[in-house]
Design a protein around this ligand. Structure first.
Ligand code: G4P
Length: 525
């Protein structure tokens, strides 16, 4: 197979959802179709089971398990599919944001009873920033839920994306009979069976009498009415609009019952994009280019004290990645080669000799990498697009063992490179502030500083609402702002100006009072 063919058959994507909508179940069913697993229940959910206040070591144990399922690769119908797993716990949302920078498309799972939930809304914002193509799977049709038309309206309004149903349910809940597959013009009858796939009825079109014979006259009439409405309200499905992230095709089904999943997968492999060109600071990089390039979007530390190494996850962007070949780690200037790069097929990790654009390679690491690093065959390139988001929780970090200051500083630096949290230095008092998206990160940091670096720290409260990056074309305006807010100015790791707003009111006032200042809520602008 030529490199071009290898690229074209790759589909690298993530499944995202609010916890409990059915992401794990859907992932598992996709793996079943790909022959990557053989029985349902084989995929360990990496969501944190029902314990919101959970002890984070337990979570780390589960995350440890999830290294193996971080990327699930399998072949289906000639396509090479890479599913990138995302952490279910919202305290690790930042991990999920970063994973989304390494995918070429996304499947969003929505619970038919609950509709669009908070986490889905947030994740969709990240997809929108990058115009990531999105397919929506409305799940749990075997349970009572909302009217499908209401769901479509909600998806459009809440996710700010056009929708186009490509399948349509015949009733829901106890009366659920199946879906009409608009994309392929077939009727799929529902059989509640966790291992069995859909029964497909061959029909010519929506007027085929076979529909009435299978679902009854009344439901067939209702279906025709619904479809007429859909044709009237929603424009025809346009692949280009999907690929540009403007319109999301919508499928209905029940992941638990393996219903509507194959239809989703069949459509997905046809329409979802293969790896696309990526914008680096210097130029656009095309997957077909001969020279290898890739970037690190995730670093997974091993919590086991006996094997304290990390795995850095690299997305191959162009060319062919090869084992034991020297590559440049831009920024550090180091030349590195890897004797044991791993790829992820099914649920196994194995050493690979080569990988192609779209693939994810795991590189054992002992502290060389940081999130966002670029690896190339030689060219000096920097990938963009691994933004940090304004954290929502803040604490001062204080050293409690003056003899270990060096260790503490090194530990903080490395953990920040790994993307565990963000560091800001208050310009007024010089104190270090750690910003996170969830409470758990503080515990993770304290534990890891002690166990990996022998450094002790304690947290001190600081009351902040948000940290945002500021800039202006007008230097005087910027200076005036910094002077006025000098107690609330900090710099991030790259030395950029960050404003620490202590309330939403203060932030709003600052935005009104200083119209020449731009306030950014992600680090990339
Ligand atoms: P998540 O990864 O998005 O958090 O969701 P997950 O797949 O773990 O699914 C959450 C719950 O919803 C699970 O039940 C799962 O069995 C159920 N579920 C998923 N798809 C469907 C569906 O199509 N219909 C129905 N009725 N239920 C569905 P649980 O009781 O929380 O877990 P488990 O004990 O069954 O694993």
């Amino acid at each position: 197979m030529t490199i071009k063919e290898e690229i074209q058959r790759r589909r690298t994507f993530a499944i995202i959802s609010h916890p409990d909508a059915g992401k794990t179940t859907l992932t598992e069913k996709l793996l079943l179709f790909g022959g990557a697993i053989h029985v349902a229940g084989a995929v360990k959910s990496n969501k944190i089971k029902k314990t919101a206040t959970s002890d984070w070591m337990e979570i780390e144990k589960q995350r440890g398990i999830s290294v193996a399922t971080s990327v699930m690769g399998f072949d289906y119908d000639g396509y090479k599919i890479n599913i990138l797993d995302t952490p279910g716990h919202q305290d690790f949302a930042e991990d999920t944001y970063r994973t989304l920078t390494a995918v070429d498309s996304v499947i969003i799972v929505v619970d038919v009873a609950k509709g669009v939930e908070m986490q889905t809304r947030k994740l969709m914002e990240v997809c929108r920033m990058r115009n990531t193509p999105v397919i929506i799977f409305v799940n749990k049709l075997d349970r009572e839920g909302r009217d499908p038309f209401d769901i479509l309206d909600e998806l459009e309004a809440e996710l700010h994306i056009g929708v186009r149903p490509l399948s349509w349910p015949i009733n829901i809940g106890a009366k659920f009979k199946g879906v009409y597959n608009i994309y392929e013009n077939t009727l799929d009858l529902f059989q509640p069976d966790k291992q069995k796939v859909t029964e497909r009825v061959a029909i010519t079109d929506i007027n085929d009498a076979a529909i009435d014979a299978n679902v009854g006259d009344a439901d067939a009439a209702k279906l025709r009415e619904d479809l007429e409405l859909i044709e009237g309200v929603y424009p025809d499905f346009d692949e280009a609009e999907y690929l540009s992230g403007k319109v999301a095709p919508v499928f209905f089904g029940s992941a638990l019952n393996t219903f509507g999943v194959k239809e989703l997968l069949d459509c997905f492999v046809k329409i979802a994009p293969s790896p696309r060109p990526i914008q680096a600071v210097e130029r656009t990089i095309y997957p077909e280019e001969e020279a290898f390039t890739g970037f690190i979007f995730k670093i997974h530390a091993n919590m086991d004290p006996n094997h304290r190494s990390c795995i850095a996850f690299v997305k191959v962007c162009s060319g062919k990645f090869e084992r034991n070949v020297y590559y440049n780690l831009i920024d550090s200037g180091k030349q590195l080669r890897f004797s044991a790069p791993t790829a992820f097929m099914a649920q196994k990790k194995s050493i690979v000799d080569e990988a192609y654009p779209g693939d994810i390679v795991g590189l054992p690491d002992t502290g060389n990498f940081k999130i966002g690093d670029t690896l190339t065959a030689g060219e000096n390139l920097h990938f963009k697009g691994l933004p940090s988001f304004s954290p929502e929780m803040f604490k001062y970090i204080e050293n409690t063992d003056p003899m270990k200051t060096k260790q503490l500083n090194k530990g903080i630096e490395q953990l920040m490179d790994e993307g565990v949290a963000q560091l800001f230095i208050n310009q007024f008092n010089g104190r270090k502030i750690i910003g996170t998206v969830g409470q758990l990160q503080f515990e993770v940091i304290q534990y890891r500083l002690l166990h990996e670096y022998g450094a002790q720290c304690r947290w001190e409260p600081i009351s902040l609402y948000k940290a945002c990056w500021i800039e202006s074309d007008d230097d005087d305006a910027l200076d005036a702002f910094k002077k006025r807010k000098h107690q609330f100015m900090a710099v991030d790791k790259q030395g950029r100006d960050v404003f620490l707003a202590d309330s939403s009111y203060v932030l709003q006032m600052a935005q009104t009072d200083f119209p020449k200042i731009r306030f950014h809520f992600t680090s990339e602008f």
